[in-house]
Ligand binder design. Sequence first.
Ligand code: 25A
Ligand code: L14
Length: 334
Amino acid sequence: MKKYNIAIVGATGMVGRKFLQVLEERQLPVDKYYLFASARSAGKVVPFMGKNYTVEELNETCFDGKNIHIALFSAGASVSKKYAPIAAAKGIVVIDNSSAWRMEPDVPLVVPEVNPQDIMKHKGIIANPNCSTIQAVVALKPLYDHYGIKRIVYSTYQAVSGAGLDGYMDLERGIRGENPQKFPYPIFGNVIPHIDVFLENGYTKEEMKMIEETKKILGDSSLKITATTVRVPVFHGHSESINVELKKSFELEELKNVLAKSPGLIVVDDTDNNRYPMAIDAEDKDDVFVGRIRRDESVENGVNLWVVADNIRKGAATNTVQIAEKLISLWEGR
Ligand code: 25A
Ligand code: L14
C-alpha cells in the first residue's frame, strides 16, 4: 500500500498532543510526519513514534517541498482561517478542528459513524465538528434513522479541557486558590453557563454551533433544536442531557437495542446497580457512552438520554484521525 505524509498543525496544544497519541495507537500507512506550532514552540523536541521530532514554525512556506498529503489542524480558528487555504492550494487535504470552516457549504462536516459519504465532497478542507456536537450526533443518528426526529433540547456539562491548555490550567489554578486567567470567573467550585462568546440572540456561539452543526451533519435543516452549554469543574469529558421528540412511536426496550447496535456507541444503563455513563469512566476512551434512557412522559414520543464522551478524543483528535483513515481508504479504492 502507498504511504502518505501527514502534517500536524498545533502539535503542542491540548488536541495536538492527543493527535500524536491517537496516531501512535492507530498506525496509519504513513511515511513521514511533520509537526508545526507557533514560533513560541518552534525548535521544541517531541518524542513520537519512537523518534524525536522537532516542532517547526507554521508559516506560509512551511509546507513546501515536503509532499504532504494530509494536514490535521488544531491551532484555533484564526490560524485555520489563514493557513488552511494556503495548505489546500498546495494540494494538501486539511482536516480542521477549529470552528473556522464548519458551516461553509463547500466544506464537509464529518463524523465517520454518521456521514462518511460527505468526505469525498471536499474541495481541500474537511471540518471536524464541535466536540459537544460529535458525541450528540453519534447517539442521535440511530434514532434519526429508525424513528425520525422532530425536536432536540441539549443541556451540556463541559470539561475545562475543551478550552485548550489555558482552560485546563484555570481549573488547576482554582484548586491552588489562584485567580482564573482563561475563564471570566473561577471554575473551581463553580458552574458557568457561558462557553465561547455571546451573540445577539442571547445564545452563546457554542450553543449555536451545536444547533447548526447537528442540522448539517444529519442533513436536515427542518430539525427544531435548542441548547444551553455550561462549563463545569471537570478536567476531561463532556456530559450532555439530550431530550428528543421522535416522529414515530417507540418501545423503550427496542430503542435501547437500536442504540446498543450502533457503531461507536456503548449503552451503560443499569440503574438497579447504579450504572450510568460518567466523565471519569469515559476518559481516554474513543467511544461515546449513553445511559439514563427513559421516556419523557410530558410529550408524545419523547425520550431522555445522558451522553458522555472524552471531548479531546472522540470530540476532537480521534474523530479527526478517523476522518483521515477513511479518506486514505477511499483514496485506496476501498
Ligand atoms: O480559536 P478557537 O477555535 O476558539 O480555539 C482556541 C483554542 O482552543 C483550543 C486550542 O488551544 C485553541 O488555541 N482548541 C482548538 N480546537 C479545539 C478543540 N476541538 C481546542 N480545544 C479543544 N477542542 P490549545 O492551547 O490546546 O492549543 C493551541 C495550539 O495551537 C498552536 N498555535 C497557537 N497559535 C498559533 C499556533 N500554531 C501556529 N501558529 C500560531 N499562530 C499552539 O502552539 C498549540 O499547539 P503554541 O506554539 O502556542 O504552543 C503551545 C505551547 O505553549 C504553552 N502555552 C500555552 N499557552 C500559553 C503558553 N505559553 C505562554 N503563554 C501562553 N498563554 C504551552 O505550554 C504549550 O506547550
Ligand atoms: O471546537 O470548550 O468550536 O471552550 C471551541 C471552544 C470546542 C469547545 C470548538 C470550549 C470549541 C470549546
